[in-house]
Ligand binder design. Structure first.
Ligand code: GCV
Length: 716
């Protein structure tokens, strides 16, 4: 008897043994199917697909005038993600058009034209983004604001990431297979490259600015080559952070003095070695004479001498040097003034392939800072902004904080370099004065976590950086809108399928966008309102610590240095009669910041030390206003919690639950920030917390005893 045939037609009864085997078989199949479906689900919903979720819903005919690895990707993307008219024809043309700059493109409903194949790829991503986010597609030219749009990874060779909150490095690891390049590595690097290219990011510094000299060892460089090979078709150049003392540390030389011929020769040989491995190598990023890192000043040379030595060697290969302006010493001088004082006398002394990389604010990526006065001051030296995507000072990967509003505030700040309207954007993108190279950098928030960034909403910050690097005039609203539409597409949530577009917009898109757009101000409110800054506990920069001042720690690493609270008042006096940091800004800003009547209240305690009973514009006294701001911050996060609960039907389970749980933790953290700061400052103000506000739930002593590297520590 052929039992298979019998079972197939249902004629014969199977034997007991056959039944048992069949049952086991069925169970295994069902089990495997469930595992498979679960895996699919996990993959579909863990956030790994970022804003690149669209799968083609129609076919498209693509005609392309050029063949390269990059145009192959462009064609493939169109075919895989096309959401336009069925069987439409799209023409991709690489042809020079003088109105198109760099890797810009002209795009329209019928096709894309660009000067380079990379421009074509960017045009394809723009077209697809517009299709997916239901934006109009009309003939238009899009040119990048900055020529170099670069992620800075603070990744160490052992795989850890300085200020990384999303797992270990995607580039480096320690252990036996540290140098082996696996297929899995390459797949991940390719996904990373695709995500960046979809935004127009075209460079990646692969290692920490606190660089290990081993970065320049041959085995490390071979891995850099492997990474660069994967990134190249997507238009992403590899850059490296280098340690200035490398010639002494790994080259066996007696010195690393930049004018020593042996030192120059050592760097020359290194650059040649790199250029051979990576012909499109982007260049070096250097943190010199900053926070203990070595630099040219160790040998009595200036930043310019050190930077120019490297720049001359990189020039034949088209490489650049990004020389950081993040410098400060325990000199007794206001830390906020030091970068300007150190770099302004060197204006004009740098080669044209050196760019001074300055953080957005004069101190250090604080929740809110006025722009660094170096922007709008340097005139004959190229300058580029450094933004921090990783949320070192903004709740790390626990708090939902959308950073676009902060960056837009910075980019749109008026420096008055050439009269009114000289925004930071214009001072850095070549509009105000010509720069041989223009660039912008963002410190990456990417790690091995399945969702890349630790928090589902932290992906929006990677997205926002890329979009602003391409177009520094975009609004936060537009960026948030795009990101939500692409990351939580309406059709992806089963439960929302039955709902119509306007319902989805009203009940999902608008509330989520509202939450994102408010989130930065909320964090400023519950952490450091009214211009307060750097009042974190310890070096982890997560929880509050206005009291934190361990004996022996240098003053400018302790919060009392920054808030200056005493019974007379609070705030850092940077006016003309204080540290005079205001003089580093051009008029009329200098006077505006200096005078109490005109100083924007968001920067009040940044520039002024004021009595607790100082009258604010709304009539409240300063102390009360401080309490109201702290209170407002906590209430805002509670509102986010409610809002997120209401959108549950529109989001997949996994991402909904993850974000909900992070919002809970953010709420607790906000409460601790509020209570800790109010109770601590109250010791000096000696005033009651306004009676109509919620009173603290924690007591100061217990908060002071903890170090708050995570708020969880407090709860355990
Ligand atoms: C990479 C801050 C951070 C450091 C960082 C430094 C910098 O001080 O806390 O982790 O070091 O900035 O930007 O160089």
């Amino acid at each position: 008897m052929n039992s298979y045939k019998g079972r197939e037609y249902g004629f014969d009864q199977p034997t007991l043994l056959e039944s048992a085997i069949f049952n086991v078989h069925v169970k295994i199949t069902i089990g495997l199917t469930i595992v498979f479906i679960c895996t699919l689900n996990v993959q579909a919903e863990n956030g790994h697909n970022l804003w690149l979720r669209a799968k083609s819903s129609a076919s498209v005919i693509v005609v392309c005038s050029m063949k390269s690895a990059t145009t192959d990707i462009a064609v493939q993307e169109l075919k895989q993600c096309w959401h336009g008219k069925k069987d439409a024809t799209i023409v991709l043309t690489v042809k020079h058009n003088p109105s198109i700059k760099g890797d810009g493109f002209e795009f329209g409903p019928d096709g894309i034209q660009a000067n380079t194949d990379l421009g074509v790829l960017y045009g394809v991503y723009e077209l697809l983004r517009r299709q997916q986010s239901a934006e109009p597609i009309e003939k238009e030219i899009s040119n990048p604001s900055y020529e170099r749009r670069i992620l800075n990874h603070w990744d160490n060779l052992d795989g850890t990431i300085e200020r990384g909150y999303a797992g270990h490095s995607i580039f480096w690891r320690k252990g036996n297979d540290a140098w082996r390049v696996t297929e899995k590595d390459k797949r991940l690097w390719q996904e990373y490259a695709r995500a960046n290219a979809s935004l127009g990011i075209n460079g990646a510094v692969l290692n920490n600015v606190n660089a290990s000299p081993d970065m320049l060892n041959t085995e490390t460089l071979n891995r850099v080559k492997a990474i660069a090979d994967v990134l190249r078709p997507y238009g992403i150049r590899a850059y490296l952070s280098v340690k200035f003392s490398s010639p002494g540390l790994i080259g066996g030389l007696k010195t690393s003095d930049p004018v020593d011929p042996e030192v120059t020769q050592w760097w020359k040989t290194k650059v040649e070695e790199i250029a051979k491995l990576i012909p499109d190598f982007g260049g070096f990023l250097v943190k010199a004479n900053s926070e203990g890192q070595p630099g040219p000043q160790d040998f009595g040379r200036t930043h310019a001498v050190g930077a120019n030595m490297l720049a001359d060697l990189l020039k034949p290969y088209g490489g650049i040097v990004m020389w950081r302006a993040f410098v400060y010493k325990t000199s007794g001088e206001d830390r906020a003034k030091q970068a300007y004082d150190e770099f302004m006398p060197l204006d004009g002394q740098f080669r044209d392939n050196v760019i001074i990389q300055a953080k957005n604010g004069p101190i250090d990526f604080q929740p809110r800072e006025p722009f660094s006065p170096l922007f709008g001051a340097l005139e004959t030296t190229s300058v580029m902004p450094e933004l921090q995507i990783t949320q070192e000072y903004l709740g790390q990967s626990t708090h939902l904080v959308f950073l676009a509003p902060m960056w837009v505030e910075f980019l749109q700040s008026d420096t008055y370099q050439k009269g009114e309207g000289s925004t930071v954007a214009r001072c850095t993108d070549g509009s105000n004065f010509p720069q041989r190279f223009t660039a912008i950098a963002g410190v990456a928030n990417i790690g091995l976590d399945s969702n890349w960034c630790g928090h589902q909403f932290a992906q929006a910050n990677w997205y926002a950086f890329g979009r602003l690097a391409w177009n520094n005039r975009l609004t936060s609203d537009r960026i948030a809108d795009e990101w939500i539409r692409l990351t939580f597409p309406r059709h992806q949530s089963d439960q929302s399928k039955t709902r119509n577009v306007s319902d989805w917009q009203e009940r999902f898109l608008l509330p989520v966008k509202h939450m994102m757009l408010q989130s930065h101000e909320a964090a400023v409110n519950y952490m450091m309102p009214l211009g307060l800054h750097h009042i974190f506990a310890g070096d982890h920069h997560y929880g509050p610590g206005p009291w934190y001042a361990p004996t022996g720690l240098r003053a400018d690493w302790t919060p009392p240095y920054y808030h200056q609270a005493d019974t007379n008042g609070i705030g850092f006096d940077r006016t003309r009669t204080g540290s005079n940091a205001v003089r580093q800004y051009r008029e009329p800003l200098c006077s505006q910041f200096n005078e109490l009547e005109t100083c924007p209240e968001i920067y009040l305690l940044w520039f002024h030390h004021l009595p607790w009973n100082h009258k604010m514009k709304n009539g409240r006294v300063l102390w009360d206003e401080l309490c109201y701001r702290y209170d407002a911050g906590v209430r805002q996060v509670r509102e986010f919690q409610k809002l997120w609960n209401q959108i549950q039907p529109y989001v997949d389970e996994q991402r909904f639950t993850e974000v909900r749980s992070k919002l809970r933790r953010q709420c607790r953290a906000a409460q601790i920030w509020k209570d800790g700061c109010e109770l601590y400052f109250q010791q000096f103000s000696r005033r009651p917390i306004p009676a109509d506000l919620e009173q603290p739930v924690y007591d100061l002593k217990s908060l002071e005893e903890l170090d708050f590297s995570t708020i969880d520590e407090f709860e355990n």
